[in-house]
Design a protein around this ligand. Structure first.
Ligand SMILES: Nc1ncnc2c1ncn2[C@@H]1O[C@H](COP(=O)(O)OP(=O)(O)OP(=O)(O)O)[C@@H](O)[C@H]1O
Ligand SMILES: [Mg+2]
Length: 343
């Protein structure tokens, strides 16, 4: 089974061809960092226009690289949300047009399901269920992944996503955009023990995450002029990781722990985060699985793979399926207190 995957929900335009036997025949990605850098963040209108310009040629290049024609793929999987609605619409409409023209089924993929299932693309031994910490630019959630389309949300953030906290910290410290990798680099030259920073909700009975207070503390630490950028970055990263580990540990104490602890989403690219969770998994006698770094941040291979999993389960979508700016993986999860709740 061969699936063409398309991704356009944020600032990466991407296309990939993946198979059910976990081969990635081609994957292409066109970033837009330079276009957004002057604004210090992703500008939705600029992103949507860039997707319009880039997606067509990118699909052609991906098919070329794989040495295939559209006629050879079995279905087309496109991100249908959640994300910046202009970009999502570009990718989904492109997917619909290709599906219609080639007479192939369409699979409307939840971008978060792409992240959530991506570890199974690289690890054939990763079976359901697993505990997933999904840490990205827009989300910070603990999910029990019971199967394709079967997610139970155990925790989410009551304010900022952890990737957002990395990005804002980078902005405060003048480290530029995109922020996560810049903070990680700066942290490597700093002392994580030096700057006293809060760990919101650490040890709390409440299951959720919170990062807004940590971000405010970074602002104050920076304004005080007492610390170096490296020390603040290192101390921030350590505080964020303590929060992630504490909340995951809390969740594990309340469920029958599954065999594997899995990280996915852009923040899973962070080496210190990966190391901390490798340790937590080892302490719980669980397997630790995280996709390779390139598969953590947005890409189309994970969308193609979610397409493989959905197609194998007989799940396809009509050509009038709608793009969804919000699309929770666990629709039954309660709304949480606090502002800025995403999905
Ligand atoms: N090395 C790193 N350390 C920390 N954070 C990182 C690192 N690399 C990337 N990130 C963060 O990951 C986020 C991007 O991840 P991803 O592309 O999965 O998010 P998104 O697609 O914007 O959001 P979502 O998937 O929730 O819609 C950014 O916030 C970025 O700062
Ligand atoms: Mg993403």
């Amino acid at each position: 089974m061969l699936i063409l995957g398309l991704e356009s929900s944020c600032d990466e335009t991407a296309a990939a061809i993946v198979s059910d036997d976990r081969r990635i025949f081609a994957h292409r990605l066109a970033g837009q960092e330079a276009a957004h850098r002057p604004y210090g963040g992703v500008v939705p209108e600029i992103a949507a226009r860039a997707h319009v310009e880039m997606l067509g040629p990118l699909v052609a290049a991906t098919l070329d690289e794989a040495g295939m024609t559209l006629a050879q793929v079995d279905a087309i999987a496109a991100t249908a949300g959640p994300g910046l609605i202009g970009g999502v619409m570009v990718g989904l409409v492109t997917g619909k047009a290709l599906a219609h023209a080639a007479g192939k089924p369409l699979i409307a993929v939840n971008h978060l399901e792409g992240h959530a299932l991506s570890p199974r693309l690289v690890d054939p031994d990763l079976g359901f269920p697993y505990l997933l910490l999904l840490v990205s630019g827009g989300h910070c959630q603990l999910l029990l992944v019971a199967g394709v389309g079967r997610y139970r949300r155990l925790a989410t953030t009551i304010d900022d996503a952890v990737g957002e906290a990395f990005d804002k910290t980078a902005k405060i410290l003048g480290l530029g955009f995109p922020g996560g990798p810049a903070v990680e680099r700066a942290a490597a030259a700093g002392d994580a023990m030096r700057v006293p920073l809060p760990r919101p909700l650490l040890g709390s009975d409440e299951p959720h995450f919170s990062f807004a207070g940590l971000k405010s503390a970074v602002v104050r630490a920076h304004d005080s002029g007492r610390w170096t950028v490296g020390d603040i970055a290192a101390s921030f990263q350590a505080a964020a990781i303590d929060c992630l580990v504490d909340r995951t540990d809390r969740a594990l104490r309340r469920i029958d722990p599954p065999a594997a602890l899995v990280l996915a989403g852009g923040v899973a690219a962070n080496r210190a985060v990966r190391l901390a969770f490798e340790r937590l998994a080892a302490a719980q006698a669980m397997r630790f699985v995280a996709p390779p770094v390139w598969l953590c941040t947005d890409n189309a291979a994970m969308i193609g793979w979610a397409g493989v999993e959905r197609f194998a389960a007989g799940l396809t979508d009509p050509l009038d399926v709608a793009a969804r700016p919000r699309w929770p993986l666990d629709p039954s999860a309660e709304a949480v207190r606090g502002a800025g709740v995403k999905a």
